[in-house]
Design a protein around this ligand. Structure first.
Ligand SMILES: Nc1ncnc2c1ncn2[C@@H]1O[C@H](COP(=O)(O)OP(=O)(O)O)[C@@H](O)[C@H]1O
Ligand SMILES: [Mg+2]
Length: 240
């Protein structure tokens, strides 16, 4: 028995655009330990979101395999995959993806619909998650009435309310000012401290440097897996 939460083996993804093949990810292999913090970095178009979507089971690979907690994803039925995703994976999008006609509380509670049957417990879990990201006094606000940083915190609450094993975030600070960005990063640090496995796509080397490992993508290939401090990372990133 190993301690890997995720094991990617020769993962590839090729998008079809009409008759044209777009190879977005090419034979990528790596492991992610339970409780670790991983940053995925690389220039725009290098395949970061494609990889994160595969890890979050939002999309399926064209070839290669992925296992989650020792289970081969490809061997699960659609229903089992949906259940696994609903219960164990928290996904945070750069552009929040909140439902505009629902208040903050309902946005978070809705996400629990697939994993918790009891309505009262859904509500309790949603309130608890919102409190933990500092939005306990904004339960009945609508997304449009919130700042970008607050919206991102709602989407974090939505991802963590079900108490998932892993939290995946695609450039969670990409559209935030630096103060809101720092608050959001603090939440990820807290979650990591609590033992969650965190995987973040980011352009921010400061964030990447607090991770246990950095996966560096270039043109769909995994160039390197490393553990670097900020100076080293800057040097590496800007010299290659
Ligand atoms: N749905 C899609 N259909 C076709 N091509 C796509 C799709 N999504 C991404 N791509 C292409 O795949 C490559 C990797 O994209 P992406 O994973 O979004 O990169 P990143 O997140 O690093 O910017 C790019 O060339 C992009 O244009
Ligand atoms: Mg992207």
């Amino acid at each position: 028995m190993n301690n890997y939460l995720l094991e990617a083996n020769e993962l590839s993804k090729t998008y079809k655009m009409g008759k044209v093949d777009v190879p977005a990810l090419k034979n990528v292999s790596f492991t992610i330990e339970k409780g670790s913090f991983t940053a995925i970095i690389g220039t725009s178009g290098s395949g970061k979101s494609t990889l994160l979507n595969l890890l979050g089971m939002i999309d399926n690979p064209t070839s290669g395999s992925l296992s989650f907690n020792g289970t081969q994803i490809s061997q699960l039925t659609n229903k089992q995959q949906t259940k696994m995703r609903a219960e164990q994976i928290g996904f945070i999008f750069q552009s929040f993806h909140l439902v505009p006609v629902m208040n903050v509380l309902d946005n978070v509670a809705l996400q629990l619909y697939f994993s918790r049957s009891d309505k009262k417990r859904r509500k309790e879990a949603a309130i608890h998650a919102l409190q933990s990201v500092g939005l306990g006094s904004h339960l009945h606000h609508y997304p449009a009435d919130l700042s970008g940083g607050q919206r991102q915190r709602v989407s974090i609450a939505r991802a963590i309310a079900k108490n998932p094993e892993v939290i995946l975030a695609d450039e969670p600070t990409g559209s935030l000012d630096s103060k809101s960005g720092a608050e959001v990063i603090d939440i990820f640090k807290q979650l990591h401290k609590q033992g969650k496995t965190i995987i973040i796509v980011t352009h921010d080397l400061e964030i990447a440097s607090i991770a246990n490992q950095q996966l560096i993508l270039r043109d769909g290939e995994l160039k390197e897996t490393r553990t670097s401090k900020i100076q080293e990372l800057r040097q590496y990133y800007y010299s290659s």
